[in-house]
Design a protein around this ligand. Structure first.
Ligand SMILES: Cc1cc2nc3c(=O)[nH]c(=O)nc-3n(C[C@H](O)[C@H](O)[C@H](O)COP(=O)(O)OP(=O)(O)OC[C@H]3O[C@@H](n4cnc5c(N)ncnc54)[C@H](O)[C@@H]3O)c2cc1C
Length: 413
C-alpha cells in the first residue's frame, strides 16, 4: 500500500482518488479551490461520448479553421500571443491534422472510450451516485452541408452501431429538430451514448471519498511546489497550508498541470481550448431535445440535464483567460435560438466558460512523468468527463506496479 497525493479536484483527480483507494492505497487530494469541480469540470457539455471520439485534429481542419475565423458567429477564435506555449502547440496540432494520424488516434480513443464505459458502470455499481441526472438517450450528430454528411456517412466504420439518418429520420427521432427547418442535411445516430451532470458527479463522488477511511481532502490548498528526497525522487507536495508527504504524487490539475510540471522540469504539451456553455431552465411548454444533439458545423452540443438544457460550444485559442466574452455569448445565444427556439428559457440561461486542457493530438497523457515518484493524468481536452473513468483505472494500475489494462501507445508523454 502506498500513500498517494492527487493534485486537482476536477473529474480527473476525483476519479483517480477513487481508483487508488479501490486498490488499497491511501489518498490525500489537494485542491486549491474551497470546493471541488470549479475548473473545466464545472459546467461542461455533460456528454459521456464513448463512441464519438474523433479528435479535432484532422485533414481539412486547417482550411475549415480559416473559414471559421472569417465567420463572426463561427466556432473558432484565435488571438495570437507572443507565447511559445501557443505556437509550439499550434505547430504540433497542425502536424496531427492528417487523415492517417486522426484515424490512429481515433482507434486509441475508441478503445479508451469502451474501457471508460465499463469503468463507469463499475464505479456506479459501487458508489451509487443517484443524483447526477444520468440518462443514455443516444447521440445524434447533425450535418448542415450535404457534402459533409455524405463524406462522414461514407466513412462510417461498419460496426453497425452508428446509423446514418435522413433529415426526416432525424426529425422523427428528435421532434425538437423540426424547428431547425430544412437547414439539416442528415445525421449520424449512436444509440447508448449517455449524458450526466459532471459537477453533480464530482461533488457526490467527493462525498463518497470523504466517507472512506483512507481518504483525506485538503481543499483551499494550492500546491506551490513538489517535495523531493535526497535522490531527487518526488515525495509529495508543498502547499500554503503545509506539506503533504507521499510515495506517489499524481498530477491531475487540468490545464494548470502545465505550470506545476514545468516547475519540476517536465514539459507538458497542453494548451487551453476555451469553450462556453449555457444552462437554461426548461419549463412547461418547452420542447427540449431528449436525444443528445451535436450540431457538427457549428460545433454546438445540446443535452437535457435534469430540468435544464445544457448547451456547450466554441473553441477559442485566446490564452489562459477563462472570462466571459459578451460577444461570444451573444453569438451562442443567436445560434441556439435559431436551432431550438422553443427548447428552454434562454433569457434565464446561466453562462459559463471553461478551459479544456488539450494536447495537440486530442489524446490524454498518462503514466510516468520521467521524474521518479511523479505520475501524470492530464490533457483530457474535449472529453475529460468521458475518459476520466478509464484513465483513473489505468493510472491506478500503473501506480500499483501493474501493467496498464490497455496499450498505452500514443497515450504517454
Ligand atoms: C465548454 C466545454 C464543454 C465540454 N464538454 C464536455 C463533454 O460534453 N464531455 C466530456 O467528456 N468533456 C467535456 N469537456 C471537457 C472536460 O470538461 C474536461 O476535459 C475535464 O473537465 C478536465 O478535467 P480535469 O480534472 O483534468 O480538469 P479541471 O476540472 O480543470 O480540474 C483541475 C483542478 O485542479 C485544480 N488545481 C489547479 N492548480 C492547482 C494547484 N496548484 N493546486 C491544487 N489544485 C490545483 C483546479 O482548481 C481544478 O479544480 C468540456 C469542456 C468545456 C470547456
Amino acid at each position: 500500500m502506498k500513500h498517494c497525493v492527487v493534485i486537482g479536484g476536477g473529474v480527473v483527480g476525483l476519479t483517480t482518488a477513487w481508483a487508488l483507494l479501490e486498490r488499497g492505497h491511501g489518498v490525500t487530494l489537494v485542491e486549491r479551490e474551497p470546493e471541488v469541480a470549479q475548473g473545466a469540470s464545472r459546467a461542461n457539455g455533460g456528454q459521456l461520448s464513448y463512441r464519438y471520439v474523433s479528435p479535432l485534429a484532422d485533414a481539412g481542419v486547417p482550411l475549415k479553421a480559416l473559414r471559421w475565423l472569417l465567420d463572426p458567429d463561427g466556432p473558432l477564435r484565435f488571438k495570437p500571443e507572443a507565447s511559445w506555449a501557443q505556437w509550439s502547440w499550434l505547430i504540433a496540432f497542425l502536424r496531427n491534422c492528417r487523415g492517417p494520424v486522426n484515424r490512429r488516434t481515433t482507434e486509441r480513443l475508441l478503445a479508451l472510450g469502451a474501457y471508460s464505459q465499463a469503468s463507469f458502470a463499475r464505479l456506479q455499481a459501487e458508489a451509487r451516485l443517484d443524483a447526477i441526472a444520468l440518462r443514455a438517450p443516444g447521440k445524434l450528430v447533425v450535418y448542415r452541408k450535404p457534402a459533409e454528411f455524405a463524406r462522414v456517412a461514407a466513412r462510417m466504420n461498419g460496426s453497425g452501431v452508428e446509423q446514418a439518418m435522413s433529415h426526416d429520420d432525424c426529425v422523427a427521432l428528435e421532434p425538437a429538430l423540426a424547428d431547425a427547418g430544412s437547414a439539416l442535411a442528415g445525421g449520424i445516430f449512436t444509440p447508448g451514448e449517455a449524458v450526466a451532470d459532471c459537477h453533480a458527479f464530482c461533488t457526490q463522488l467527493h462525498e463518497r471519498l470523504r466517507q472512506h477511511e483512507g481518504f483525506r481532502g485538503r481543499l483551499g490548498a494550492a500546491v506551490e511546489g513538489l517535495l523531493r528526497d535526497g535522490q531527487g525522487r518526488v515525495r509529495g507536495v508543498r502547499t500554503a497550508a503545509g506539506e503533504v508527504a507521499a510515495d506517489a504524487t499524481v498530477l491531475a490539475a487540468g490545464l494548470h498541470s502545465r505550470a506545476l510540471a514545468a516547475a519540476a522540469g517536465v514539459a507538458l504539451p497542453l494548451y487551453p481550448l476555451k469553450g462556453y456553455s449555457l444552462t437554461a431552465p426548461i419549463q412547461a411548454g418547452h420542447l427540449p431535445p431528449e436525444v443528445s444533439v451535436t450540431d457538427f458545423e457549428k460545433k454546438i452540443l445540446y443535452a437535457r440535464i435534469g430540468q435544464e438544457l445544457r448547451v456547450a460550444a466554441m473553441v477559442d485559442l485566446v490564452g489562459d483567460d477563462a472570462g466571459l466574452d459578451a460577444g461570444r455569448l451573444a453569438s451562442l445565444q443567436r445560434s441556439v435560438r435559431a436551432t431550438f427556439p422553443n427548447a428552454a428559457d434562454y433569457d434565464r440561461a446561466t453562462p459559463w466558460a471553461g478551459l479544456r486542457p488539450a494536447t495537440p493530438s486530442g489524446a490524454p497523457i498518462l503514466g510516468a512523468s520521467g521524474q521518479p515518484g511523479l505520475w501524470l493524468n492530464v490533457g483530457h481536452g474535449a472529453l475529460g468527463f468521458t475518459f476520466s473513468f478509464a484513465t483513473a483505472n489505468i493510472l491506478a494500475e500503473l501506480v500499483s506496479g501493474r501493467n496498464s489494462p490497455l496499450p498505452l501507445d500514443g497515450l504517454t508523454l
